[in-house]
Each structure stands twice: as C-alpha cells, then as structure tokens.
Design a binder for this molecule. Structure first.
Ligand code: FES
Length: 183
C-alpha cells in the first residue's frame, strides 16, 4: 500500500462514467439543487453503464485518474434492461485485474443512482474524493502486461465472465446494495 501524499499541490482526480438515463440525470439534479459535491469528480456520460468498456477504466487510470466511479440505474431499472448487470460483472472482474497491477480496489467504485437521487450522487462523489485523498495519488507505471490483460478480457466470450454477487429485483440484497451503492 502506498503512503498517502502530503504534497500540498496534489489534487485528486476522479473520473465518473454515468449512464445517461438515471445517474447523469441524478448528478444534474444535484447541480440544479445546488448540492455541493466534489469538483475532483469529472463526469463522462455513457448511454448505459453496460456501455462501459473495461478499457475505459484502465485508460482513465493510465491517463491520470486517481479513482473511477461507474454509476448506472438501479438493478431492474436499466433502460436497456440488462446493461447494469453487465457493468456489475465487469467491475467485479476489473477490481481483481487492477489489484494485480497494484491498484487498490477502493479506487474503483460501482454505484446505482437514479434520476431523483441528486443527494445520493453528491454524497457518493464526496465520499470518493475522501477515499482517494486517503489513498493518495495513483502512480501507475507503464505496463504492457496490463494492456494485454485488458484486451484479453475484452475479447473473452461473455460465458467465461463469472457472475457477480447474486441479486434479484426486489430482493433484500438488492435493497441493501442500492442503499449503500455497490463498490
Ligand atoms: S440505462 Fe442506466 S444502467 Fe443502463
């Protein structure tokens, strides 16, 4: 584990991939409602969390992000039906992949934020900034193995991707995950 930085000029950078239909609208609501949330978080809008190519996350880290948030509609609410389930599996795998390259799993967080949850978004963004500040800057060395692994992951058949934690619509597990986000 790296030592947290005390360098006064360092400012954390977090890239957030937000689905268009729920999470982006939720973040927009936070802005409209004038809720304070971290300026360290930079949003990239994708149509669905299922659009998240794992290489997006790796690239974000390689290009200087200290943390990444992936946010989609709550389970069962994806506008493309199963995109957030795909995101869940991908993030689950990505955390393991990133850990192999020395990236703390807490630097990648998957959450569910609906269009009406501006407050939840503000809280998540602020929490992520605090997490990254605690961990310190990510100093990712160039590593071709990491890129190869990412490509191998992306080209693997879907059937080889192990399922993430079980959940079902309306189940208790979904509710608790939704409350705290899935990270
Ligand atoms: S449209 Fe929001 S997660 Fe798919």
């Amino acid at each position: 584990m790296r030592e947290p930085t005390t360098h006064p000029e360092w400012q954390p950078r977090v890239v957030a991939f937000l689905c268009n239909w729920c999470s982006y609208t939720g973040a927009d609501l936070a802005g409209i409602s004038r809720l304070p949330w971290s300026p360290a978080v930079h949003i990239v809008r994708v149509m669905c969390s299922g659009r998240l190519d794992p290489t997006f996350v790796v690239r974000a880290f390689r290009m200087g992000a200290d943390g990444v948030i992936v946010s989609g509609c709550h389970p069962g609410d994806c506008h493309y039906q199963k995109g957030n389930y795909k995101a869940l599996r991908r993030v689950h795998l990505l955390k393991r992949l990133l850990a192999d390259f020395g990236v703390e799993p807490e630097r990648l967080r998957l959450v569910w934020v609906s269009a009406s949850e501006g407050g939840a978004w503000a809280k998540i963004a602020n929490e992520m900034e605090a997490t990254v500040r605690r961990l310190g800057p990510l100093r990712l060395e160039p590593d071709p193995r990491r890129d190869e692994a990412c490509i191998a992951y992306e080209t693997a058949p879907e059937a080889e991707i192990p399922p993430g934690p079980p959940f079902s619509k309306g189940g208790a597990e979904v509710s608790s995950s939704a409350e705290r986000g899935v990270s």
